[in-house]
Design a protein around this ligand. Structure first.
Ligand code: MOS
Length: 735
């Protein structure tokens, strides 16, 4: 079976995972290790006035308890800069003061000899609070609104406009104006957040389940005032993150402090309940869309105003409106976003941040406009296709949205749709069809990698990025194998270690486009290094310029000379030859707009007798440039679509009137299970985008989750005549 790029290849780490040999963070056990167990606040706002610790300290196996009264005062805040790669999720340090800002805020860390002892003692820590002010639990009901009807503080950097959207709206032949809301969602990766810290002298090593070993290394170095070379972060395998593990959370800091104090490794696995309260969420958002159009469907005005909740402990702008200016041809567009502080834990990016919530509103509004105009929803979108990015006025690097629409519509059978509401039936069920456009920006970052030719004929590739389950190990191996001719089984890929040449976050759907060019450059650098050592007098490539010596089929080649790399290493008496190279984006972002597009079509089945709604099938066609591994790429889109199904129908993190998050477990926080997931047919187009990188790949992690919630709500309207603008679409909203 071919392992070349562009062909489907099962994950090379699959067997390790299935046989339990993959070392996930919580599985790592170090000699003499102790166990941390965090205690979270049970109130959402107030002051912690005291902690009763006597009982807990006397429990079996308890070593110590850390809290605001005895914590390390030498810590300083990370600058929290994305450019400096030291972003943290929650800027506040653990136990920094005694003010409580959200339910679940860490108030103590119990350390004991076993997990069970630590957990038991944590249950005996008794907090005393004063709370004389009610918690702010809902931005809309608690905070003032501006003239858009939305609460919060306007984020100037998010505003984007062209033309005069307000005037064009007033002059429009047809208008649509509605509010859309989305509940707070929690990432709920299967693998819990976990951190094991160990100090050796003044060096700190942290094993962490993270989407960014380099970012966490840099943030720890800042917080502990250490040179970053003395910190390492290791994350070999990750049971996904979805954005909830992009940036370090306070549990890692308090674990590292405990390990330093005690002179022993300390492992903290964040329990599921505290993952819900204290390790990120997609914040609730409220959006208003105003669209003006001509009767023929030509858009004349789009106004998209939004507000997302953030925490008192930190500002998270969810950029809900970010895609809107680029989606359709329209001369008059204005978008704004606000953030509104509530007493919730710190929100953070969650898969397709911005686009997933924003396109729910925009693509539902487009459907509503189509009904109002009596134009087929797909046709309305076709009439407003834009062949450049109207937001930046730059040409698309590549845009096959029309082919996505056509391909998905045909595979779905959109032409079988009869437009009238409730007109398609089978037995007791009413069938609804809905569709939406999908989109995600494409980015590339700087990256370094090391390539090593080994004397046994194999190769090692090392990069300080990580594989969060998406298949990064596999695509790196495929790429190195293809570039060198070395069989994929002989490529040893090392990731998930911040001591390796610095690699990117596994986020933003940019890892593939970022890492592979560095892998290629590193291989070329190693070839060059070898070439320079074998073109001397009496050597295999005597007289040849190193520039003219290339790698082909595991051999160096120049003119009619061809010698195996292994033979050359043997002759040089070298066990290996290795080099590091770095790559970075060029000026392509100034010349092109990079964005992936797709189309998603959904069939729902509605049984009005028992208010039962099911998604019966999903068809999606996506253009991501070139898929390096169509199997793992398809998995990403499928996973995104399933998360979108959850967003549309199930997921909502729920708070009571005191700000207490009460569905903090996977029984009460509903995500789609197999029985909820219909047949999903994904097709990836194959139009390489060489403007972004030599591999033509734009990345695929998030686009699947965009548009799908709107497609579902649009199908629900077609079936039921009920326009649901608030997610999730629970049965009671359909009664
Ligand atoms: Mo993604 S929200 O960048 O993990």
């Amino acid at each position: 079976m071919s392992t070349a790029t562009g062909t489907p290849k099962p994950r090379i780490d699959g067997a390790l995972k299935l046989t339990g040999q993959a070392d996930y963070t919580a599985d790592i056990s170090l000699e003499g290790q102790l166990y941390g167990y965090p205690v979270g606040s049970t109130i959402a706002r107030g002051e912690l006035t005291g902690l009763e610790l006597e009982t807990a300290l006397a429990m079996p196996g308890v070593v110590d308890i850390y809290h605001a009264g005895n914590f390390d005062s030498s810590l300083r805040h990370s600058p929290n800069s994305f450019a400096e790669e030291n972003t943290v999720s929650e800027p506040r340090l653990p136990f920094e003061d005694s003010t409580i800002h959200y339910h679940g805020q860490y108030i103590a860390l119990v350390v004991a000899d076993t997990l069970e002892h630590a957990r038991a003692a944590a249950g005996e820590v008794i907090p005393w609070y004063s709370n004389d002010r009610p918690a702010v639990i809902d931005s809309l009901s608690a905070l003032p609104t501006d003239d858009t009807g939305l609460p919060g503080v306007l984020q100037e950097g998010d505003s984007n406009s062209r033309g005069d959207a307000a005037a064009a709206f007033d002059d429009a032949e047809v208008t649509h104006d509605a509010f859309y809301s989305i509940a707070t969602e929690t990432h709920s990766a299967m693998e819990l957040h976990a951190s094991t810290a160990v100090w050796a002298g003044d060096r700190l090593t942290v094993y962490e389940s993270t989407q960014g070993v380099v970012f966490q290394k840099n943030a720890l170095a800042e917080i502990f005032s250490m040179p970053s070379e003395k910190v390492n972060v290791i994350s070999h395998f990750i049971g996904s993150g979805f954005g909830g593990k992009l940036f370090m959370w306070p549990h890692a800091v308090m674990t590292a402090v405990a390990a330093r104090r005690l002179g022993k490794p300390v492992k903290t696995v964040v329990p599921r309940q505290l993952v819900f309260t204290s390790a990120g969420s997609r914040p609730a958002s409220l959006q208003r869309i105003r669209i003006g159009a001509r009767k023929d469907g030509t858009l004349t005005s789009i106004r998209h105003d939004a507000s997302n909740e953030t925490a008192f402990v930190g500002m998270h702008d969810d950029t809900v409106i970010t895609a809107t200016p680029s989606m359709y041809a329209c001369d008059n567009v204005a978008v704004t976003n606000r953030v509104a502080e509530v007493n919730h834990g710190m929100p953070c990016p969650m898969r397709a941040p911005g686009e997933a919530p924003g396109l729910f509103a925009l693509e539902t509004a487009m459907d509503e406009l189509a009904w109002q105009l009596d134009i087929d929803p797909l046709e309305l979108r076709r009439r407003n296709f834009t062949d450049k990015d109207p937001a930046s006025d730059l040409p698309w690097s590549s845009n096959y949205l029309k082919e996505c629409w056509d391909n998905a519509a045909e595979r779905f059978g959109w032409e079988n749709r009869t437009a009238e509401i409730g007109s398609m039936r089978e037995g007791d069920e009413v069938i609804g069809y809905g569709m939406a456009t999908q989109s995600w920006e494409a980015m590339r970052q700087h990256c370094s990698a090391r390539a090593t030719f080994l004397a046994d004929g194999g190769m090692q590739i090392a990069c300080g990025t990580q594989d969060i389950g998406t298949g990064t190990y596999t695509i790196v191996a495929q790429t190195a194998s293809e570039l060198t001719g070395i069989p994929i089984d002989d490529i040893d890929v090392r990731l998930g270690d911040a001591a390796l040449p610095s690699g990117p976050l596994s986020g933003g759907s940019f890892a593939t486009a970022t890492v592979l060019p560095a892998v290629k450059a590193a291989i070329e650098a190693a070839v060059r290094k070898l070439a320079e050592r074998v073109n001397g007098d009496g050597q295999a490539f005597e007289g040849a310029s190193a520039d003219d010596i290339t790698l082909k089929d595991r051999s160096l080649v120049q003119g009619d000379r061809k010698v195996a790399v292994t033979a050359l290493l043997d002759e040089l008496e070298l066990g290996q030859i290795s080099d590091v190279a770095s790559t970075a984006p060029g000026d392509e972002q100034d010349r092109f707009s990079f964005r992936s597009f797709g189309a998603v079509f959904v069939e729902v089945r509605w049984d009005p007798g028992i208010s039962r709604l099911r998604v019966a099938r999903i068809v999606s066609t996506i253009d991501i440039g070139r898929a390096i591994n169509p199997m793992t790429a398809r998995n990403q889109v499928e996973g995104g679509l399933v998360m979108g199904l959850g967003m549309a129908m199930f997921e909502q993190t729920e708070f009571d009137h005191n700000g207490y998050l009460y569905n903090s477990n996977l029984a009460d926080y509903i995500v789609p299970v197999h029985a909820d997931i219909p047949p999903i047919e994904v097709e990836l187009l194959d139009h390489p985008d060489y403007h972004l990188n030599v591999f033509g790949a734009r990345g695929v992690g998030e686009i699947g989750l965009t548009g799908i919630a709107a497609a579902i709500s649009n199908a629900v309207y077609h079936a039921t005549g009920k326009r649901i603008r608030d997610l999730p679409i629970t049965p009671e909203r359909l009664l």
